[in-house]
Design a protein around this ligand. Structure first.
Ligand SMILES: [Zn+2]
Length: 411
């Protein structure tokens, strides 16, 4: 059994890596120095060339980091590194919950430290070179520390509860832990904007003026309270612009980046807002939550059936079965299935984006949304011609050209 698991894990790790690199490679075959005709006249040649260079730089960066990550995990796995770490912790700590917490804390901290220079390079070399970066070194370092502390607190609490349930609930482990995850997900949807975001960004109500009046007129008509529209200081870190809808019930909110407000005209901003209201009207947050809880439930159920196999720990170099080692072995073996679920979630999300676009076109004006999407794509140097296979597996949003085409059909 152990030998079977050993090769199964190796095969999954290697084929995942090859598959992802193959998708990346397909994307490079779609690079084109020709501007798509839909954008002629609005995308100048120099800027388009810059977007191609940005695409290439990002591709190289991903190739290097993913390859190093792959080699690292392969080495740790082949040398029994996970079992070794487990043994060291066990020689000092006896409570199984504390062993699991220490195990993931050390893994998390090491991953964080090792990935720090790469995040630094991405922010201060690549993003800087293409004019996106606004993050100061101070903000960058404080972000990392805050992220680490918040992640440790939230992750620690969830992990503590789940390992505790694992140790006492037997066959019903998957139901109780799914319940914990569901309650936590709803809690995060309700309070993420008011509890977590303020550690990193300022969110303010729209300033009085022409824009606010125009937005009020539209949001009244669409039945969305203006009090739930916020502006966030995204410009503190990057020139890239965005907007999103989050939350549930009375705690729903639409968040517009200050960069978006600077980049777009008034009508275009209202069109983006209309798209976000579309997400709310079509209940996309709830359907997304429901779908991800279904897939998490299935994963927990299969995990609860298999996690007691001693081979899950043995294959990682330990003779003591445990929740955390089983989670690592299982996580790797399960990854082809989670790829499949991720893919379905992306399909659902792309369908939702089309629905929100349609809502904006029917309730406001499609041509303003189209021009907003074009401007955002150009300013963010988005890849205009990703390979369809790459889009199918990895894109949560349809491509710009797909969205423009659908918007034109609605008109
Ligand atoms: Zn959207």
């Amino acid at each position: 059994m152990e030998v079977f698991f050993y090769y199964a894990i190796l095969i999954v790790l290697i084929s995942n890596f090859i598959f992802e690199r193959w998708l990346d490679y397909l994307n490079t075959t779609n690079w084109s120095s020709e501007l798509p005709p839909e954008l002629l006249g609005i995308y100048d040649k120099d800027k388009y060339q810059k977007s191609q260079k940005y695409e290439k730089a990002s591709h190289r960066f991903t190739l290097v980091t993913e390859t190093l990550g792959f080699i690292a995990i392969l080495l740790i796995f082949a040398t029994g590194g996970f079992g070794w770490l487990d043994g060291i912790i066990r020689s000092r700590v006896s409570n199984p919950i504390h062993v699991a917490l220490a195990f993931f804390a050390i893994l998390g901290l090491v991953t964080e430290i090792v990935s720090l220079p790469f995040k630094w390079y991405d922010t201060f070399v690549i993003e800087e070179k293409f004019g996106f970066n606004k993050t100061t070194r101070r903000v960058f370092l404080i972000d990392q520390i805050k992220g680490l502390i918040i992640g440790a607190i939230i992750g620690g609490i969830i992990l503590y509860l789940i390992v505790w349930i694992y140790l006492i609930a037997g066959n019903l482990f998957w139901i109780y832990s799914l319940l914990v995850i569901a309650i936590f997900s709803v809690f995060m949807l309700l309070f993420y904007s008011s509890l977590i975001v303020p550690f990193f960004n300022k969110q303010t109500p729209l300033a009085d003026g022409d824009l606010k009046d125009t937005i009020r007129a539209f949001s009244n008509k669409a039945g969305f309270l203006l009090d739930n529209v916020y502006v966030i200081d995204g410009s503190k870190r990057s020139t890239k612009a965005n907007a999103y809808f989050t939350g549930l019930g009375r705690r729903k909110r639409i968040v517009l980046y200050d960069t978006l407000i600077n980049d777009l005209d008034k009508e275009e901003i209202v069109a983006v807002l209309a798209h976000e209201i579309g997400h709310y009207k079509k209940h996309h947050v709830i359907s997304g939550l429901f779908f991800s809880l279904m897939t998490t439930g299935l994963m927990l159920y299969i995990f609860s059936l298999m996690s007691s196999y001693p081979a899950f720990a043995q294959v990682l170099g330990s003779n003591v079965p445990s929740f955390h080692l089983a989670l690592i072995s299982f996580g790797i073996l399960y990854s082809p299935l989670s790829l499949l679920f991720g893919l379905s979630l992306h399909c659902l999300s792309r369908r939702n984006e089309f629905q929100a676009d349609r809502f904006a076109a029917e309730n406001y004006k499609g041509e303003y949304l189209a021009s907003a999407l074009k401007k955002l794509s150009i300013n963010n140097l988005s890849n205009l011609t990703p390979h369809p296979a790459y889009v199918f597996f990895h894109y949560s949003h349809p491509t710009l050209l797909q969205r423009l085409k659908k918007l034109a059909e609605i008109q």
